[in-house]
Design a binder for this molecule. Sequence first.
Ligand code: HEC
Length: 108
Amino acid sequence: MKHLAILALLGMVASAQAWAVPDGNAAQGKAKSATCAACHGADGNSQAAMFPRLAGQHPDYLYQALTEYKSGERKNAIMSGQVTNLSEQDMADLAAYFGSQKGLTLKR
Ligand code: HEC
């Protein structure tokens, strides 16, 4: 019984780690965003229709998109090259930075 309890505990720790998303730091993200700016704009407001605007997007969405490019789940030749050397922390920081920028405002 004791062993079972320990195994259950280990399983919980392992799964918590698998799902842990690092807290993004926008200031760190800004420092890491120089290469992204060439296409997406310095503040994430891209000027070209072929590059999506990142400014004001939900950080969770941006983080998920980046991790999916990295895992290959989302395929894009340009972006897969961009994320190769990014850690999970880098991606969380970048998501926090671009998500905190002022994006397009809805006209109501
Ligand atoms: C050479 C141009 C280029 C560079 C540099 C670049 N991107 Fe992209 N990015 C693109 C293109 C093109 C797409 C659209 C790809 C697609 O259709 O999936 C994209 C898509 C994205 C998306 C998904 C947006 C959405 O609305 O789903 C995110 C997030 C993103 N880029 C973040 C970044 C970050 C962060 C960096 C810097 C580490 C970066 N990009 C660097 C061209 C670029």
